[in-house]
Design a binder for this molecule. Structure first.
Ligand SMILES: *Cc1c(COP(=O)(O)O)cnc(C)c1O
Length: 426
């Protein structure tokens, strides 16, 4: 049973918007029940349309690293709005933001701004194909790279296989050159390279996969991918839409010391506004129009409000921010693990830097198949128990949990206390 105002809004929404939402996971399909509507957010908290206050561990899927409505972002966006919201012509902040990204992520020799993570990965792939003159691409089962057709391919049954579309509306031809490999499986990677190496334009990977739950790379796996790509002239694309400016100032590529040819950013870099970026090696990026033959464009690309927000957020982040954020994530992950384990529940709570995962699983989760084996039904009950106690976790068992810099130790301790209560009832 939902709160009355949210319930009324959801009823209206379902009559005009398919499923009542503008992005599927928001509909609570993964956990059951109805979504609440958000009236406003502040710091670590959301306020629902019904006036309930929730500690938020979604944080716009990681975008709001400073917490909601941070004064620096609000101020920057408000000031920018006064000067006009879109021109379709160059503005100074686009240059400053591109420089700010390159300063923090040295592999970003050239940067192009776009409006969503989907656009960034889609464009990076087109560029990789245009640069190499090859058609095939490789992705990992369970990695999500936005909803471009070629990337909506799921795994075969544990073996490298040509992809099949995992959604209606994607023609077989659109994924016909997409090879899907099981995550963390060195032998499968090697087999694909042995069979197809010379025709693979790009390997795209989340360096810390966070869209099948959090499933970190095994030691040395990313370095192996780098070697395979280098050996065949395949471009290595890091999809850092979650990890960029989230796990470290320099992203996952700094944490793991593996340098991709191209990278994609989103979420944090837009400061909660629609902005994303892709970039990397200048010899590759200079194949983009208007200097090169690979077309890519966008009316709202480098939007003045979005660049203002992105710059405001990056301006707030230094090395110390990540030390603090990681300490919060550690407190959260360790607390959650102890509370659930103490109640006799089998859980796997991975943490990478500032990112936390939660699986109700008997054993470790190292790939997509194991992630899918976790108890999603139990997660749903846990989710609702937490929501009843004022804690908003991801409304799906296969997402990452995000603390923000606005979460205090007291917020986290209260969350853990709630988790212990809920765990006792599972
Ligand atoms: C969210 C996400 C995307 C897609 O970004 P959108 O802005 O939702 O289009 C791509 N890759 C990863 C790793 C993501 O988490």
């Amino acid at each position: 049973m939902n709160d009355p105002r949210s319930h009324e809004l959801f009823e209206r929404a379902t009559r005009i918007i398919p499923g009542g939402v503008n992005s599927p996971v928001r509909a609570f399909g993964g956990v059951g029940g109805e979504p609440f509507f958000v009236a406003r957010g502040s710091g670590a908290y959301l306020e629902t349309a019904d006036g309930r206050r929730l500690i938020d561990y979604v944080q716009s899927w990681g975008a709001s690293i400073l917490g909601h409505a941070h004064p620096a972002v609000v101020e920057a966006v408000s000031r920018a709005a006064v000067d006009g919201t879109s021109f379709g012509a160059p503005t100074e902040r686009e240059v400053v933001l591109a420089e700010a990204i390159a300063e923090r992520v040295p592999s970003m020799q050239r940067v192009r701004l776009v409006s969503s993570g989907t656009e960034a990965t889609m464009s990076a792939l087109r560029l990789a194909r245009g640069f190499t003159g090859r058609d095939a691409i490789v992705k990992f089962a369970g990695c999500y790279h936005g909803h471009a057709d070629a990337l909506l391919a799921a795994a075969g049954s544990g073996i490298a296989t040509f992809g099949l579309p995992s959604t209606a509306g994607v023609p077989a031809a659109a994924v016909g050159d997409t090879l899907v490999v099981p995550w963390n499986d060195v032998a499968a990677v090697d087999a694909v390279w042995a069979a197809h190496g010379e025709r693979i334009a790009a390997l795209i990977v989340e360096p810390v996969p966070g869209n099948m739950g959090l499933v970190p790379a095994a030691d040395g796996f990313l370095a192996h991918l780098r070697d395979m790509c280098t050996g065949t002239g395949t471009l290595l694309i890091f999809d850092e839409v979650i990890t960029g400016f989230r796990v470290a100032l320099g992203g996952a590529q700094a944490v793991f010391a593996v340098t991709p040819d191209l990278s994609c950013f989103g979420k944090v870099v837009g400061g909660g506004l629609p902005l994303a970026a892709f970039g990397g090696r200048s010899d590759v990026m200079d194949h983009l129009a208007p200097v090169g033959p690979v077309y890519q464009a966008g009316t709202l690309s480098g939007n003045p409000l979005a660049t203002a927000a992105g710059l405001a957020v990056l301006g707030q982040l230094d090395e110390a921010s990540y030390t603090r954020l990681e300490a919060s994530a550690r407190r959260f992950a360790d607390g959650l693990r102890s509370a659930l384990t103490a109640a006799g529940l089998a859980v796997w709570v991975p943490r990478v830097s500032t990112l936390t995962g939660l699986f109700f699983s008997e054993g470790p989760v190292a790939d997509y198949a194991q992630a899918q084996g976790a108890d999603a039904e139990r997660y749903g009950r846990f989710f609702h128990g937490m929501l009843d106690r004022g804690v908003y976790l991801a409304p799906s068992a296969f997402e990452t949990l995000f603390v923000s810099l606005a979460h205090t130790d007291a917020d986290i301790d209260q969350t853990i206390a709630s988790a212990a209560e809920v765990a006792a009832s599972l």
